[in-house]
Write a protein that binds this ligand. Structure first.
Ligand SMILES: Nc1ncnc2c1ncn2[C@@H]1O[C@H](COP(=O)(O)OP(=O)(O)O)[C@@H](O)[C@H]1O
Ligand SMILES: [Mg+2]
Length: 230
């Protein structure tokens, strides 16, 4: 058993937070020392005093985690953009990868398992020198890629896989999220097509829910559809 996983995606809005929360919830059913982390977050809104990042709020709530956001989300910028761009526009200091890694190491030591949610996709710039993929490499975690079955996904998924392979990052598999209730033949075929092309396993196919709420029921439903072993 490894002691963590990094959840990345082909894009923003694909379902990283939902999938991360569902996996964390599942693990927390058998282990009370599960942690979640969102090292870099940006948004047009501050969610609350305790959780600047709404993603962090949703992740923490899924497992009732009581850890300070200064560890769980060391970098938050109030501008929906990549962390580096947000920091430049806001004339703030860009994130330090060393600092973020220190927080990550602290959490990894303290907990039995950590689920880290990325931001956007793997080539999102953190600062002048580092993109998300470089941060993933430094954590030494393996990754799960969240994708959708929509048109355009093959290109984004293959690019993500290629980039991670270049960095020798172990890929656990791909989760296809937001499969429509009545998918067309292209959408239906996309997961197995990508699996066949890349030999990376599809860990699950999650439907597009009409009414989605971040509740234990939802997390159970989703995690039951995912073949993931730590
Ligand atoms: N399977 C799904 N069915 C319906 N809505 C979804 C599903 N997955 C995600 N969403 C919604 O899509 C949006 C983006 O999901 P989120 O998990 O926040 O993506 P990311 O973390 O990759 O930006 C959210 O509003 C979320 O509630
Ligand atoms: Mg998110």
């Amino acid at each position: 058993m490894s002691n963590g996983v990094f959840v990345t995606a082909t894009d923003t809005g694909v379902g990283k937070t939902l999938i991360s929360a569902s996996l964390a919830w599942k693990l927390s059913q058998h282990d009370d020392k599960i942690c979640v982390m969102k090292p870099f977050a940006t948004s047009d809104k501050v969610f609350s005093k305790k959780f600047y990042s709404k993603d962090l709020y949703l992740l923490s709530k899924s497992i009732n985690l009581t850890e300070d956001q200064s560890y769980l989300n060391p970098y938050f910028y109030k501008l929906p953009a990549s962390p580096y761009m947000a920091s430049k526009i806001l004339k703030a200091k860009p994130p330090s990868v060393t600092e973020a890694l220190k927080k990550f190491s602290y959490l990894k030591r303290k907990y039995n398992f950590i689920i880290v949610e990325g931001i956007g996709g793997v080539m999102v710039p953190i600062n002048q020198k580092y993109n998300i993929v470089d941060f993933i490499k430094l954590t030494r975690l393996s990754i799960i890629i969240v994708a959708t079955p929509m048109i355009g996904t093959i290109n984004h998924t293959l690019l993500t896989i290629q980039k991670c392979k270049e960095h020798n990052i172990p890929i656990k598999g791909i989760i296809f999220n937001k499969m429509p209730e009545k998918p067309n033949i292209v959408m239906r075929s996309t997961p197995s097509f990508i699996e066949q092309l890349t030999k990376i396993p599809v860990l699950g196919i999650i439907p597009h829910y009409k009414y989605l709420r971040f509740t234990a029921n939802t997390f159970k439903n989703i995690s039951d559809k995912i073949k993931y072993t730590t």
